[in-house]
Design a protein around this ligand. Structure first.
Ligand SMILES: Nc1ncnc2c1ncn2[C@@H]1O[C@H](COP(=O)(O)OP(=O)(O)OP(=O)(O)O)[C@@H](O)[C@H]1O
Ligand SMILES: Nc1ccn([C@@H]2O[C@H](COP(=O)(O)O)[C@@H](O)[C@H]2O)c(=O)n1
Ligand SMILES: [Mg+2]
Length: 253
């Protein structure tokens, strides 16, 4: 069961200002002040410190599907902290730690780093942050990742975003990325796509079965895609914001 988010999309139409502009009108530029974690469904059990239960969202999708790009927009609009598992691993390589060489080779091959390494980096990043809402980008990439996270952290994510993109589009975006990444080449991206199908898709199906998955069509411009992301977070927003938007929509008729 894929969740297609349309609950607030009726507010989004070409004649009216975009949903994002309507939300900004309701709350000013920084929408995230309107968010309080009380309005999010909070995960059971503590993460890191008793009484501190951050909101966690996993962001999944194939290589080049746009996870990082959309996370940047979500951070700017809703005040989440973006934790890219890939970036945390690349930072580990550049800090010449004992795992650095192993991580470098694994990324070069497009394969998955042992879960205990990645989970530890994610947990450290959460614990060192003052924020209470996190986008965990590119994780879990496998059942082993997912089980390791749940065993160590003791909670499931509040919800999961899945950016659904055709393979040929993902290959095109990765090969045009020009960020100097060692895995942005045709051989590695082919292996990454194989890993995505074999190991990541079962995780996506798992969260779909738990009713926690929001599937986002990742074809279109970055802004068009973000318009599809908005209702996911808008649907979790304080009711007052919904009321304001709905009143605005009625007044404009
Ligand atoms: N909607 C889009 N249309 C065209 N190009 C896009 C779109 N979204 C992102 N891109 C570009 O595609 C490339 C990959 O995007 P991004 O890094 O966000 O993907 P990703 O899912 O994080 O990939 P990876 O898993 O490899 O880190 C980037 O160069 C980005 O600027
Ligand atoms: N959970 C993860 C996430 C990433 N990796 C490795 O990092 C590479 C880059 O990840 P991006 O999300 O930045 O594309 C990825 O291809 C893996 O090699 C991992 O092992 N486990
Ligand atoms: Mg990325």
């Amino acid at each position: 069961m894929w969740w297609r988010v349309t609950s607030l999309s009726q507010l989004v139409s070409s004649s009216k200002p975009s949903l994002l502009n309507q939300m900004r009108a309701a709350y000013g530029l920084k929408l995230w002040q309107a968010f309080s974690t009380e309005d999010f469904k909070r995960a059971e059990g503590g993460l890191c410190h008793p009484g501190r239960t951050p909101v966690t969202t996993f962001v999944l999708g194939g290589p080049g599907s746009g996870k990082g790009t959309q996370c940047t927009k979500i951070v700017e609009t809703f005040g989440f902290t973006h934790l890219s598992a890939g970036d945390l691993l690349r930072k580990e390589i550049s800090s010449n730690t004992e795992n650095g060489a192993m991580i470098l080779n694994t990324i070069k091959e497009g394969k998955i780093v042992p879960s205990e390494v990645t989970v530890k980096l994610i947990l450290k990043a959460i614990e060192s942050s003052e924020n209470d809402r996190f986008l965990i980008d590119g994780f879990p990439r496998s059942e082993e990742n997912r089980v390791a996270y749940e065993r160590v952290v003791g909670t499931e994510p509040d919800f999961v975003l899945f950016f659904d993109c055709p393979e040929e589009e993902m290959v095109k975006r990765v090969l045009n990325r020009n960020q100097g990444r060692i895995d942005d080449n045709i051989d590695t991206v082919k292996e990454r796509l194989r890993v995505f199908t074999a190991l990541n898709l079962p995780v996506i199906k798992y969260y779909s079965g738990k009713g926690k998955l929001y599937k986002i069509d990742a074809i279109g411009t970055e802004d068009e895609i973000f318009e599809r992301v908005l209702p996911v977070f808008a649907a979790l927003r304080p009711k007052t914001c919904n009321n304001i938007l709905q009143k605005q929509a009625i007044n404009e008729k």
